[in-house]
Ligand binder design. Structure first.
Ligand code: FES
Length: 85
């Protein structure tokens, strides 16, 4: 029996990162050391808050689609994730 877990490679702002296959995008951002996922209209940094799809603070661009919820989206191999830095 192997104890190794499958991993996916995702790209966060163009940087490759290996993450567990069961990881969601919000957790991937945290593993990448990012403190926020987007900025408010006034430029304030915003990050995942509720973790259950309600607050909308974790929105990122995924594979070219804006306003995807990082907390509700599981990674897939090769996923392109873009934050507002
Ligand atoms: S963390 Fe609140 S919607 Fe994603």
């Amino acid at each position: 029996m192997s104890l190794s877990q499958p991993e996916f490679q995702v790209f966060i702002n163009g940087r490759a990162l290996q993450v567990p296959a069961h990881c969601n995008v919000a957790a991937s951002l945290q593993r990448a050391g990012l403190s926020h996922s987007r900025r408010s209209e006034t430029g304030q940094p915003r990050a995942a808050f509720c973790g259950m799809g309600q607050c909308q603070e974790c929105r990122v661009r995924i594979d070219g689609h804006d306003h995807r919820l990082a907390c509700m989206t599981l990674v897939v191999d090769g996923m392109q994730i873009e934050t507002q830095t």
